[in-house]
Write a protein that binds this ligand. Sequence first.
Ligand code: FUL
Length: 482
Amino acid sequence: MRSVLLLSTAFVLWISACTVVKPPEPYGPLPSERQLAWHELEYYMFVHFTVNTFTDKEWGYGDEEPSVFNPAELDCRQWARVAKEAGMKGIIITAKHHDGFCLWPSAFTEHSVKNSNWRNGQGDVLKELREACNEYGLKMGIYLSPWDRNSAVYGTPEYLTYYRNQLRELLTQYGEIFEVWFDGANGGDGYYGGARETRRIDNKTYYDWANTHAIVRELQPQAVMFSDAGPDVRWVGNERGMGSLTNWCLLNKDEMYPGGDFASILGEGHENGKYWVPAEVDVSIRRGWFYHPSQDSIVRSPENLLELYYSSVGRNSNLLLNVPPDRRGLLHENDVKSLLAFRELREKEFERELAKGKRATASSVRGKKFTAGNVNDGNPETYWATPDDVTSANVTIDLGEETEVNRIMLQEYIKLGQRVKEFKVEALSGDQWINLVDGTTIGYKVIRRFPVVKASKVRVTITSSKACPVISNIELYRAPGE
Ligand code: FUL
């Protein structure tokens, strides 16, 4: 009798062990560790600064005298303090723009700060920025323009050695770099060591990108590389600050190269792309990338910056906002004012979260570990998931009583891939279900606005998904205004 009892207990234990529900298998391309860390940064500063700041140009020709670079009050700590106060997570600086002037004393050229009068030729902007970023707990990134209108050897194989030597300097002398920015503007007229001519390169082959990328991986394995089509982060396809409403983090990057004509594809990415290459929105707070005194009065307003935030971070993209230092070497008062007021606006926007801890139920649940309550438990590591064969399902958050709502934030658990193709959001107002949002992709994060509604319940329906939906976060807000 005793052994029968033992046997049946063992059988019950065995059965329940077999029915422990497994998490969904990852689906499609996945983000790397470095990309996951990058997604979480969301918002950081671009700093365009070089001889152009002093010559009032956007693209320097490459024949500028290094002596024109003289930012008498340069203070990278001011840049970093403002970035921090603005809520940004890092700063990416143009170590070298197309004019070829280096903001650090490169051993491989005379065309740098070492031949300027600034700090008697002893200065190093990169070093000062590094120290400032450390002081304020910010990440640091670099922009090293492949196109160099100063270099006599631009266009020949020798230039690649020069370019890579500079890259090595930047990646070994300035601590941890979180992002390396390779822009796609390439070839044309320039000074080229006095030749003053037009040089065209074949942007598919000239730069031999694979071997340059390998240097970044070797020296700074945690850094993501940005260019038109990645390898790690892609351009969003415009400089107006507009992320795409449908935005796949996926891209068939093999067929693409920097400077190619792909802008129309880069916004949406490829639904069935082979690689994880999320979009970054780069945009300037002014009309130009560099500082021009004539633009002092046309700095983007805090309200405009909030719009940019919704059209970038709110559309599954990171926001790289350019704030160009002026001729003193400081961020201009008007830009600072706008940035800080934008931070306040943003904080007010997301001050009143309504969903956390409220009762959540779902039309389908994979198992106990994957219940609806995981979407509003404040833990990004838990998620709601359905069984593998269920690709359309809904989750309802019960607000308890009629509550005014006008914003929703949604996040997929992207460690398991980007899955959702279409969703909608509805509210139960009185006894009527009202449609609030018709959406397509989600990805790392989507934030959508809708007119204020009094809702007792909010229902998110995943109408179409490549595989069972895996949703880690849903937040609801009542932002100021209508
Ligand atoms: C482009 C450059 O040509 C612009 O000057 C600017 O640096 C922008 C961010 O990237 O490729």
